[in-house]
Write a protein that binds this ligand. Structure first.
Ligand SMILES: Nc1nc2c(c(=O)[nH]1)N[C@H]1C(S)=C(S)[C@@H](COP(=O)(O)OP(=O)(O)OC[C@H]3O[C@@H](n4cnc5c(N)ncnc54)[C@H](O)[C@@H]3O)O[C@H]1N2
Ligand code: MOO
Ligand SMILES: [Mg+2]
Length: 409
């Protein structure tokens, strides 16, 4: 049985990002949020586009006003008024100034802006009462934030509000992003029925497929729903064959343990899939199957128990989807240190994951264990959780108020 870190390393080595040439699409900037940029963006525009004023005030020549004081103000003639969005018409000569407003283009000849609080207006003239601290004060100089022709944004980043603002500024209204990874999802089990069907004795609702579809979508991928597959080899073979030829990632749940009706591994082998992982020392989630097919598709056979399916999704599948989606960095699972509010106990045999809620309390992260049973068959208390506290193999007790590693999901 592999350790969790061995399993993780195996999985992350098996997968690579979608192709930055073939697996891309062009999207409009308004539809680009949360998408992953596929190629570097370069703009032909400098930013700022031109020298402009950072203040409402007067555009002056520094040499004219560097000695100005309250007692000995410098008097300048106002030759032009320059609101934002207007192209200045005059060249500021020595002894002259232009009235200027924030964001307006600095006129030729001027090199400095004096904020209006340090001036006094006298009809057609302005008195400069305080010398600027330095030449170019309150001038936002062309190209100081970004120089045309250099890289504006690198590939492999997620486009959120800030990146979209940058692209808009650079007039990139269409961007090349990775297509969403396609993730085939199906459930296995003769006992499973969809939630809208009345239950017959012995039947249970297929909650995993709903959970996995939501999680796949939340991670920016596109779920391909294949339904409930009975525990019958021909039906499973058909479903797996279809899934691996129509998706980048396949997730099934159930049928991976040692029971007489657990056929998933056998079918993967008959379809010439290569099984890399059969079991992991993780609780819940031990009978995790990971395989690849010749066309590079990765197959996750998650255990059927609802908590096992979700814990193994968060621990192994979520980072895989993010890596495949083209994210260059930050796809790895995120662990933080927290203090546990409750005592945590395990038999120490497998790396054990406890679900609960991470809170930030007076600047300190605290882990609140979900109340009720932490059994792999319980899914009710998974609601409203956001984190898993981790106990290593060999560890049997973490007392309350002690430090624990927590995986955020
Ligand atoms: N003799 C052994 N038995 C089991 C072992 C073992 O090592 N030796 N491992 C146990 C562990 S741990 C787990 S986890 C489960 C995993 O079982 P499978 O992946 O084969 O899943 P199933 O047997 O098909 O189902 C298990 C359980 O989960 C329910 N289930 C299945 N699919 C869904 C679904 N889509 N939505 C909701 N619930 C689902 C199913 O009804 C069963 O109750 O094996 C243990 N056994
Ligand atoms: O690993 Mo199983 O998921 O403990 O019930
Ligand atoms: Mg089973």
């Amino acid at each position: 049985m592999l350790s969790v870190s061995e399993a993780e390393a195996t999985i992350f080595n098996l997968v690579s990002s979608l192709d930055n040439q073939q697996d891309t699409e062009i999207v409009d900037l308004f539809a680009a949020d949360s998408r992953i940029l596929a190629s570097a963006v370069t703009s032909q525009l400098d930013f700022p586009y031109w020298d402009n004023s950072a203040m409402d005030g007067y555009a002056v020549r520094y040499a004219d006003v560097q000695q100005a004081t309250q007692q000995q103000p410098v008097i300048l003639e106002i030759v032009e008024e320059i609101p934002a969005g207007y192209q200045p018409q005059s060249v500021i000569e020595s002894g002259q100034a232009a009235r200027i407003f924030t964001g307006a283009v600095l006129p030729a000849g001027a090199d400095t802006v004096v904020m209006q609080e340090n001036t006094q207006r006298q009809e057609n003239c302005v008195l400069i009462l305080t010398a600027p601290q330095k030449p170019r004060e309150f001038v936002r100089q062309r190209a100081t934030y970004y120089q045309a022709g250099t890289q504006l944004l690198p590939p492999g980043i997620m486009l959120n509000g800030a990146e979209i603002a940058v692209l808009a500024t650079a007039q990139c209204t269409q961007v090349s992003v990775y297509r969403r990874p396609r993730v085939a999802i199906f459930s296995t089990g003769n006992e499973l029925v969809p939630p809208e069907k009345p239950l017959q004795p012995g039947q249970i609702v297929d909650s995993n497929q709903y959970a996995l579809a939501a999680l796949v979508r939340q991670n920016g991928a596109e779920p391909l729903m294949l339904g409930i597959i009975p525990d019958e080899p021909p039906a499973l073979e058909k479903a797996i064959a279809y899934a691996v030829s129509n998706a980048d990632i396949v997730i099934s749940s159930g049928g991976v343990s040692v029971g007489d009706y657990d056929y998933v591994e056998q079918i993967i082998e008959s379809l010439k899939g290569k099984i890399h992982i059969q079991a992991v020392a993780i609780k819940p989630g031990k009978p995790l199957t990971v395989a690849t097919f010749r066309n590079q598709v990765i197959y996750f056979g998650l255990p059927g128990n609802p908590a096992s399916a979700l814990v193994t999704f968060w621990r192994f599948v979520q980072p895989t989807i993010k890596k495949v989606s083209g994210l260059a960095d930050g796809w790895q699972p995120k662990f933080i240190k927290a203090l546990t509010r409750q005592e945590l106990r395990s038999d120490g045999k497998r790396e054990t994951y406890f679900w609960g809620k991470l809170h930030l309390q007076n600047g300190i992260y605290e882990f609140q264990l979900a109340g009720g049973s932490q059994s792999s068959g319980n899914l009710i208390n998974l609601a409203q959780t956001n984190a898993l506290a981790v106990m290593s193999v060999g560890q049997t007790l973490i007392s309350s108020e002690e430090e624990v590693q927590v995986l955020l999901y």
